[in-house]
Design a protein around this ligand. Structure first.
Ligand code: ZN
Length: 149
């Protein structure tokens, strides 16, 4: 999530993910397991070791990402997650890592949505990737894949 960025697709992406991915599940009970999964996902996405921050907040989305941006003198990728373990699942991790993979100012645009499909495919499996593509099409989300699909 990047508040303030031009992001006309955001609502459609959220709706498409809600339909296709079981994002409201708790898959990790221990913070160490969850962090290990986050680091593995970053490795698969070829993201340099990001800073991982846990925040205690209730009225807050369960994850957020801030991509490094040299022009803003902010040189490190940062991932934010909730201390609420009910939100600890692979789909939230993949969504936030896709933001870092798409890079700085892409919001929920076609580059982000394409990376999301690719990372769901690599990290979770082709079945969910296909469901997500169908859901993007149903919700009018445009996406651009980065390699030869
Ligand atoms: Zn997002």
């Amino acid at each position: 999530m990047r508040p303030g960025s031009a992001d006309p697709q955001q609502r459609a992406v959220y709706d498409a993910e809600d339909d296709a991915l079981p994002s409201e599940v708790n898959e990790f009970d221990r913070i160490s397991e969850f962090v290990r999964y986050i680091r593995m996902a970053c490795k698969v996405a070829r993201i340099e070791r990001p800073k991982i921050v846990f925040m205690k907040a209730t009225d807050w989305p369960y994850g957020a990402a801030m991509a490094n941006d040299r022009s803003m003198n902010h040189k490190r990728n940062i991932l934010y997650f909730s201390t609420n373990r009910k939100s600890w699942n692979r789909f939230i991790v993949v969504h936030e890592v896709a933001h870092l993979s798409a890079g700085g100012n892409h919001g929920h645009g076609p580059w982000f949505a394409g990376r999301m499909v690719e990372l769901v495919y690599e990290l979770i499996g082709p079945g969910y990737a296909l469901d997500l593509v169908r859901s993007y099409q149903k919700h009018g989300v445009s996406f651009r894949l980065s390699y030869g699909w």
